[in-house]
Design a protein around this ligand. Structure first.
Ligand SMILES: *Cc1c(COP(=O)(O)O)cnc(C)c1O
Length: 343
């Protein structure tokens, strides 16, 4: 393992971060005259906690990690972008990613002017560690993995991920946005063994809180310190922090109940789809969606749109020729989809 400092961009290592007014003072005061806030319109007049201390306390309990191993972001998209800004020198460094996968890794690379190297998954969507490693060179700072993967739905093989974690000396990101739906163990439990590992979770999927924009990066204390240095000071609003805390005060029983219901509904939807002539193949899914091969994805997508049922046409992605991605909805929504596919 190379040391972390050698992976960080020089300007970021040298950066003097913005210091929030309230950073300098901890505790309760009788007069807050430090941040040029309006003294009226309480409580919305005050800046939110820049380090989300209460929220991280609750997340640490839930996920069995230390609060110092957590970065709370404006959705997962924020830590995805920050990984480039912290580690990747534009026009010099590169990253390697599985293909197909979540589109934001490539968009964020393009925005940051960082070369994005795609390595095709096997035809059954399994990952080949050897090929990913072969695509790296001295300027590769990051390998992007997503498990269960979007849009293919499958969890990636642990042994292959392990090869990457032990053989690659740069940053390895494992995006586990869908791990709540999967029987596979989370890599969060292995955080202490791999100081260059970043695991992404989100409140947008299983937790049903996509509107709040709250994503999480878990990593070593050193990596989290860089996230804190580079992120916008007040990146997560007070409303979001309070609403997520309120959801977490009930533990994860609602989330677990929703996951059970969605998985149950996924099994029923799979069986029903299998009987339709328009369905050629349903790929195995460890997530809350199904990737389905049809004769003409664009025609079926347009046809469903006209009937008010919106799915995702994934035909332009590698290995996803004529595939649509269907999110598992409520029983009524799924029935509507099946109906629309029949006629
Ligand atoms: C939906 C999704 C996310 C979540 O993004 P947020 O910005 O947290 O809403 C992250 N990664 C993948 C692979 C996703 O499909």
């Amino acid at each position: 393992m190379s040391n972390l400092e050698s992976l960080v961009r020089k300007n970021i290592a040298a950066l003097k971060p913005y210091v929030c007014a309230r950073h300098e003072f901890q505790g309760a005061a009788s007069a807050y005259l430090d941040a040029n806030e309006n003294p009226y319109n309480s409580p919305r007049n005050r800046y939110p906690d820049p380090l989300q201390v209460d929220l991280k306390g609750a997340i640490a309990q839930l996920k069995h990690v230390r609060p110092t191993q957590i970065m709370v972001g404006n959705g997962s998209d924020e830590p995805i972008d920050l990984v480039y800004r912290i580690f990747c020198e534009p026009r010099t460094d590169n990253v390697v990613a599985i293909n197909p996968t979540y589109g934001m890794y490539e968009v964020a690379a393009d925005i940051n002017d960082v070369e994005y190297r795609k390595v095709l998954l096997n035809s059954d969507f399994s990952v080949d560690a050897h090929r990913l490693l072969a695509a790296t060179d001295a300027h590769t700072k990051v390998i992007w993995l997503c498990s269960p993967n979007n849009p293919t739905g499958n969890a990636l093989n642990r042994g292959e991920i392990l090869k990457i974690l032990t053989q690659f000396t740069g940053i390895v990101v494992i995006d586990e946005a869908y791990s709540d739906f999967s029987a596979e163990k989370s890599w969060l439990d292995d955080l202490d063994h791999y100081p260059h590992l970043i695991v992404l979770h989100t409140f947008s999927k299983a937790w049903g809180l996509a509107a709040l924009r709250c994503g999480l990066a878990f990593a070593s204390e050193k990596i989290i310190a860089y996230f804190n240095k580079v992120k916008y000071p007040y990146n997560v609003s007070d409303l979001t922090q309070l609403a997520v805390l309120e959801q977490l005060s009930g533990g994860d029983k609602f989330k677990n109940e929703w996951v059970k219901q969605i998985l149950d509904e996924k099994a029923k939807l799979t069986e029903a789809l299998k009987t339709l002539p328009a369905v050629q193949h349903i790929y195995p899914s460890d997530a809350n969606f199904l990737l389905v091969k049809v004769p003409d994805a664009t025609q079926i997508y347009n046809d469903l749109c006209q009937k008010g049922v919106i799915v995702r046409n994934r035909t332009s992605l590698a290995l996803c020729d004529n595939c649509i991605r269907i999110t598992v909805g409520t029983p009524a929504e799924n029935a509507e989809l099946l109906n629309a596919l029949k006629i």
